[in-house]
Design a protein around this ligand. Structure first.
Ligand SMILES: C[S@@+](CC[C@H](N)C(=O)[O-])C[C@H]1O[C@@H](n2cnc3c(N)ncnc32)[C@H](O)[C@@H]1O
Length: 385
């Protein structure tokens, strides 16, 4: 029987993968707040599955992380007001949440389901920049159409909406297999963390319920295919990204694994924004998170060559030919960086790409429209013939 943690013991102590997830939220928020403030609209952050705000070991949960960042940004002269709405449907956790955040006047705690607050958020989307943080235990409580009714505003207005979602694809796939009456694989410690944050599947969820979670029946074909379990988990994650791509120009994903060699992540962070700068920022944070995992995989004894897989430690030598492929026509440096990040998400940071471009300008492999080697993001560059 797999252990499960979809109960309050989850909040006893924060695990290292939760820390990596929180780090991404924590580092993304300050640049986000200042960047989005330039649009001049008030900001609403929604922590849709907030939890108690604080872990038993004293570590901050997402509500406190967000509060501290808002406070810090305001003290540094953020020019627009920010409101935080934290929602939790567990009475006890809600009351802990109230205690955790009561000293922050811009933060409100609400008891109930995320779904209950959708009409309110929709109303706010008309004149607020919105950042939605969606971090459920499993896939319970997720409802694609509900979220999409917020995203719809993107097609009719210029307001900004961003989403950072924790999607537990392995839980979804196990539930889906059970619902389709297919074999559900036992957790296998070689490929995944055995401690499943999930309730035991005594009664499998209905197929309809799972359609509601991901906005359609597209997942069924994946689960019925001959793919392996890790491949199915990846394919369903890609499917959710495709759904988000209908609304957001920039969509990316980052697998949060418990151990570097796992092929099935604990869950996946999926991010959607319409703004390219947001993708570049998120890429930087997710590169850092990958580097933390790569550190965990470092051999104890130093080795002559890199022994870790390229998914963990991408080969920087690959970058020059990639840059050449992206500069066959005159193009601004910023767009080269953006296009490479879109194609090779989480492999290279903007700083690495910029550094490599500078090197290639110096060695004459690239030319800039100004003829100089020190250029800015707007300067156009091209492959030297
Ligand atoms: C993974 S925990 C959130 C952890 C939190 N983001 C953090 O970093 O500290 C998920 C929370 O969602 C709450 N929850 C479950 N279903 C919900 C729903 N439909 N709406 C809002 N909250 C829900 C649970 O009570 C639980 O506290």
């Amino acid at each position: 029987m797999m252990g499960h943690k979809a109960d309050k013991s989850f909040f006893n102590e924060k695990r290292h993968w939760s820390k990596r997830k929180d780090q991404i939220l924590e580092c993304y928020l300050p640049p986000y707040l200042f960047k989005i403030a330039t649009q001049g609209h008030p900001i609403l952050i929604v922590d849709a599955f907030a939890g108690p705000g604080k872990f038993g070991d004293g570590e901050a949960g997402s509500p406190l992380i967000i509060c501290r960042n808002i406070q810090e940004a305001s003290s540094k002269g953020l020019t627009v007001p920010v409101t935080l709405l934290c929602i939790d449907d567990d009475k006890e956790l809600y009351s802990e949440l109230c205690n955790s955040i009561h000293r922050f006047s811009f933060a409100k705690a609400k008891h109930g389901k995320f779904g209950d607050y959708i009409p309110w958020i929709q109303e706010k989307a008309k004149n607020h920049s919105i950042f939605l943080y969606v971090d459920p235990f499993t896939v319970e409580g997720l409802d694609w159409d509900q979220m999409d009714s917020i995203f719809q505003h993107l097609s009719i207005s210029h307001m900004s909406i961003e989403i950072l979602m924790n999607f537990n694809a392995r839980s979804f796939v196990r539930r889906g297999l059970a619902a389709l009456k297919l074999t559900v694989p036992e957790p296998n410690s070689e490929i995944e963390d055995e401690e499943e944050i999930d309730v035991p599947l005594i009664t499998p969820p209905s197929i309809e319920r799972l359609n509601t979670v991901v906005g359609g029946y597209w997942w069924q074909e994946i689960l019925e295919s001959s793919m392996s379990f890790p491949e199915k988990v990846q394919a369903v994650t890609n499917g959710v990204c495709r759904m988000l791509s209908k609304r957001f120009r920039e969509v990316c994903q980052h697998a949060i694994k418990a151990l570097p060699h796992h092929t099935v992540p604990k869950y996946c962070l999926i991010f959607g924004s319409r703004h390219p700068d947001a993708l570049i920022l998120m890429n930087n944070e997710m590169v850092k998170s990958r580097q933390v995992l790569a550190e965990l995989a470092k051999p104890k004894e130093p080795t002559l060559f890199e022994t870790r897989p390229v998914e963990l430690v991408p080969d920087i030598e690959e970058l020059p030919p990639i840059i050449l492929r992206h500069t066959s026509q005159l193009i601004a440096r910023r767009n080269v960086i953006l296009n490479i990040i879109r194609e090779y998400f989480c492999q290279f940071s903007a700083k690495q790409i910029r550094g490599c471009i500078e090197q290639m300008l110096k060695t004459g492999k690239l030319k800039s429209e100004t003829g100089k080697t020190r250029i800015n993001d707007k300067t156009k560059i091209f492959t030297a013939k």
